[in-house]
Every structure is written in structure tokens, then in C-alpha cells.
Design a binder for this molecule. Structure first.
Ligand code: FAD
Length: 485
């Protein structure tokens, strides 16, 4: 087993930070040299390998981690290929007898951990540490010892637990110094550019550097900005997409650039309005709930949680899917959201709910089609939160919104984007329409459209479907599975 001077490999995964990283702190505490590595292994992840926007984020997050490790006197080793073979090679070529990492919860990642446990050569140990959640999925169970399927009792059970432990600082300088270089160098070794994570042509992410600052420093900065500028208005303001009051921490949290414990303790420092704090923590709670569900029901990203939805009569209209993806549905709030997503890699939560409801209920397209598009386009694409949220909106998930609750996209726009600021930002061709008609241009008098320079069918599409008829078709489809079950 581990010799007192053998190096330890620290295998970075979705935990691209140095502070509050239990596995890294444990490695540093041994006093042994620590070899940091990252392995891009799309084959193991299969269809859930990072999508385009996540890859853009990952590139920049790895660049930030490289720089932080360099400040500690080390170098992040980058590889692309089979994780097991690369870890084995690294252990053999450096004499390392331990591999430390953070636990991951995606079914493919958990499976990879199990297979590493079983197949790493004798004398090489794999140690996993919890570091990405407030509460491990096994820690929370209902009175019968079963997983929760409803959010409120789940979150109450979490809150009855002891507060998450205080975060720990990054290991002090020198933790990565004097590491033996692997000999001979691996064929799978790559430079950061060699990982080929960035879009080439077309570069749809041009300008994203001015929107986002991936990496640990960017995450910390984002949290501070939220605390001073957003949290005070959070409970109500979070529903209004034009107001910039939510934290936008999701891509940082997903990539592990900040831990939920760090956020929890910073937010609960006793200096902030409790109602706002509670609401914000409960949103982190939804993330915890998603991971709890994914851990206990690993099919959730692919299969309807409520079985009766397996037979839902979806309509696979590709032209409608394309129009939705491109923000050309004729419903301004939907189109604004889909364009925000394409242009920034992000979409406001309220609008995510509206566009997801529109896809699954107005267009009767399966939630998996939306989930897949989000997977490719979101910088925060997260298997647990994305799968569970899509099923929540579609009505098929655990503790889901009832299927018959069908958002009217026009009234959603009127309620949550009253002054039309959000729609005007993302659908500029409608900017000159008066507020009264902005969310339903198809119902605007001809003269109003003319004055605003809008010709429907030319500058902006006619509605893809009629709201009333689509709503009825959705309710009929739902009736058919209710009757069948
Ligand atoms: P804040 O309001 O500041 O919330 C703080 C944090 O809490 C977020 O960063 C996030 O980590 C977590 N959180 C908030 N709301 C939720 C929620 N409903 N479910 C789970 N966690 C939540 N979130 C993702 O992180 N990745 C996804 O792939 C994703 N896909 C979604 C798909 C659909 C159809 C819907 C309706 C929601 C999805 N969400 C997803 C949840 C939510 O929209 C985002 O987490 C949130 O908009 C991120 O913005 P924020 O960081 O400003 O959130």
C-alpha cells in the first residue's frame, strides 16, 4: 500500500478549484508530492459527454486551474482518452500509489469509479471524497429509509441535519512542487488547445469572454456581486428575467469552481435578510434534490419517472423543433429565451420553464428533445438538474408540475416581463411595438404593426401554433395516458 513518500495523483473532475476541495486537502496533508491531472474521456461519458457550450466553459476553466496550479509551483497534466488506462500509466510512470478525487454522481461516472476500484493494479488505491454537494444522497432518507420523491420533505430533512461543515482554504503553496514528470510521456498527453474543446468554425462563442469568467476567481467574484447586488431582491426578483438578480453561479457550481458549502457559509453569515437567504438556499436545495433523484433513479435523464408517461403520444415534428431551437416560434417570450440561450449559453430560470412547457405542451415534442438541446447549448448543462427540471416541467418527473398546468406564453410574458425589456433585448425586430402588443404581435392591429416596422411572416413569424388549440390538444393527449393507466 501507500509508501510515505510516494506521490499522490489528484484526479480533477467536476471540481475545478483548489479551495474547499476535501480530496486535495487530504492529499496535501500527507506531505507527499501531489500530481494534478485532468482527463477528458468523452467515450466513458457516452451521450452525456459535455456539449458544445460546456466544452467552451471547460476550456477556460481548465486554463484558470492551470494558472492557479502554476502559482503553487506545479503543472496540470492534461490527457484525452481512456481514464483507467491513463491513471494506470500515470501511477506506473511516477511511482504514485494513491489516486485521490472527488466523487461524481452521473451514472456513467459512478460506474467508472466502481470499475477503477475493481481494476486498478494492486498497490494503487483510489480514494473518493465528497465535495460537490451539501448532503450526500445516502445521508438523506425518509422515515422508511427510502429516497424522497417530493421536494419539500426532502429539503426539510436536509435542514434538520447539522449545517454543512465549514469550507477549508486551498492548500498552502508548494503542494504541487517537485513532482516527478511521468516517463515516458503518454501518447494521450495534450496541451489545453490539444483537447480541442473550443468551437472552430463557426465560432458561436465569440464574445463570451466578456459575459463569463470561468474559473475559481470568477466564481468567487460572481458570488460577491450577487450578495451585494442581487440577494436583497432575490425572492421576488428571481421571477423577472430582465432583472439581473439571480446569482448566475450555475456554470461555476456545475464545474466545481465553487462548492455549495462555500456558498452556504458565505450567504449564512448573519448579515443578510433571512427571507431572501432561505429562498436562495432552497434553490440550492433543488440542486441537491436533483442529485438525490439521479443517484437513486439513474434512468431519470432518459426515461419518464412516472411510468404512465412512457406511452405519451408525442408528436415528432422536426420543423417545429427547429423553429423552437432558433427562437422562431412567433411567441416573443419563448423566442427571447431561446435566443438568449444560443447567444450566451444561459437562460433565465423562469424562461427555461416557459420554453420547456411550450415544447412539451404546445408542440407536443418529447422532453428529451429539449433536454438534448439544452445539453448542447447551456454552459451550466448538468445531467441531474437538466434531466429533473425537464421532467418537472413535462409533468413526468418526481414532484412535477401537473401536466395540465400549461403556461400561456403570452400571459407569462405580460406578467414577468411587463415592460418588455427582456423581449426587446433578445427579439429586437419587435422593439418598436408598444408594451401592450409586444407579447402577442399576432393580435396587434395592422396599423400598430406597420408603425413598428413589423410585417408578420417576414420580420417575425406568425405563431407556430394557436395557443387555445394547442392547449386543448395537450390536454387530450394527457387524457389518453390517464385513461390508459
Ligand atoms: P439562482 O437562482 O441564483 O440559484 C442558485 C443555484 O441554485 C443555481 O446556480 C443552481 O445551481 C441551483 N438551482 C436553482 N434553481 C434550480 C433548479 N430549479 N433545479 C436545480 N438547481 C437549481 N440548472 C443547472 O444548473 N443546469 C441545467 O442543466 C439546468 N437545466 C434546466 C432545464 C430546465 C428545463 C429548467 C426549467 C431548469 C433548469 N435548471 C438547470 C435550473 C435553473 O434554471 C438554473 O439552475 C438557474 O436558472 C441558474 O441560474 P442562477 O445560477 O442564476 O440561479
Amino acid at each position: 500500500m501507500a509508501n510515505s513518500n510516494d506521490p499522490i495523483i489528484y484526479w480533477f473532475r467536476q471540481d475545478l478549484r483548489l479551495s474547499d476541495l476535501p480530496g486535495l486537502s487530504a492529499a496535501a496533508a500527507t506531505g507527499r508530492p501531489v500530481i494534478p491531472c485532468y482527463i477528458l474521456d468523452p467515450e466513458s461519458a457516452g451521450r452525456w459527454a459535455p456539449g458544445g457550450a460546456s466544452r467552451w466553459w471547460l476550456h477556460h476553466s481548465l486554463a484558470a486551474l492551470q494558472a492557479a496550479i502554476a502559482e503553487h509551483g506545479g503543472g496540470l497534466l492534461l490527457y484525452r482518452g481512456d481514464t483507467r488506462a491513463i491513471l494506470e500509466y500515470l501511477a506506473e510512470s511516477t511511482g504514485a500509489s494513491s489516486i485521490f478525487c472527488s466523487r461524481a454522481y452521473e451514472p456513467w461516472a459512478a460506474q467508472l469509479e466502481r470499475s477503477l476500484h475493481d481494476t486498478l493494479p494492486e498497490g494503487v488505491e483510489l480514494r473518493r471524497f465528497a465535495g460537490s454537494l451539501l448532503f450526500e444522497p445516502e445521508q438523506i432518507a425518509n422515515q422508511s429509509g427510502q429516497p424522497f420523491k417530493v421536494f419539500t420533505p426532502f429539503w426539510k430533512a436536509c435542514l434538520r441535519k447539522e449545517d454543512p461543515r465549514s469550507p477549508v482554504a486551498a492548500p498552502s503553496g508548494g503542494v504541487f512542487a517537485d513532482i516527478p514528470a511521468p516517463r515516458p510521456p503518454a501518447a494521450d498527453a495534450r496541451s489545453l488547445d490539444g483537447l480541442e474543446l473550443l468551437p472552430v468554425s463557426p465560432n458561436w462563442a465569440a464574445g463570451w469572454e466578456s459575459l463569463w469568467q470561468p474559473g475559481e476567481a470568477g466564481a468567487a467574484q460572481r458570488l460577491e456581486t450577487f450578495l451585494t447586488e442581487g440577494l436583497g431582491d432575490y425572492a421576488d426578483g428571481r421571477n423577472h428575467p430582465a432583472m439581473d438578480v439571480t446569482s448566475r453561479l450555475s456554470p461555476h457550481i456545475h464545474h466545481g469552481e465553487i462548492s455549495p458549502r462555500q456558498i452556504w457559509h458565505r450567504v449564512c453569515d448573519g448579515r443578510r435578510p433571512q427571507e431572501q437567504v432561505n429562498k436562495f438556499l432552497s434553490e440550492l436545495g433543488w440542486r441537491e434534490f436533483s442529485y438525490h433523484l439521479l443517484h437513486h433513479f439513474p434512468d431519470i435523464p432518459e426515461k419518464a419517472f412516472k411510468e404512465q408517461f412512457a406511452d405519451f403520444p408525442w408528436v415528432g415534428n422536426r420543423a417545429h423543433l427547429k423553429a423552437w431551437q432558433r427562437g422562431q416560434t412567433g411567441y416573443p417570450i419563448v423566442d427571447a429565451g431561446m435566443r438568449e440561450l444560443w447567444q450566451t449559453g444561459y437562460m433565465h430560470n423562469r424562461v427555461r420553464m416557459v420554453v420547456a412547457s411550450f415544447l412539451t405542451k404546445h408542440l407536443l415534442l418529447p422532453w428529451q428533445a429539449g433536454e438534448e438541446w439544452f445539453w448542447d447549448c447551456l454552459v451550466d448543462a448538468d445531467l441531474a438538474s437538466n434531466g429533473c427540471s425537464w421532467q418537472w416541467v413535462a409533468g413526468s418527473g418526481a414532484d412535477a408540475a401537473p401536466y395540465f398546468r400549461i403556461f400561456n406564453p403570452t400571459t407569462q410574458g405580460e406578467k414577468f416581463d411587463k415592460q418588455g425589456e427582456y423581449v426587446r433585448r433578445w427579439v429586437p425586430e419587435l422593439a418598436a411595438l408598444p408594451d401592450k402588443h409586444l407579447h402577442e404581435p399576432a393580435a396587434a392591429p395592422e396599423a400598430v404593426l406597420r408603425e413598428a416596422g413589423v410585417t408578420l411572416g417576414q420580420d417575425y413569424p406568425h405563431p407556430l401554433v394557436d395557443h387555445k388549440a394547442a392547449r386543448q390538444a395537450a390536454l387530450d393527449a394527457y387524457d389518453s395516458i390517464k385513461k390508459a393507466s
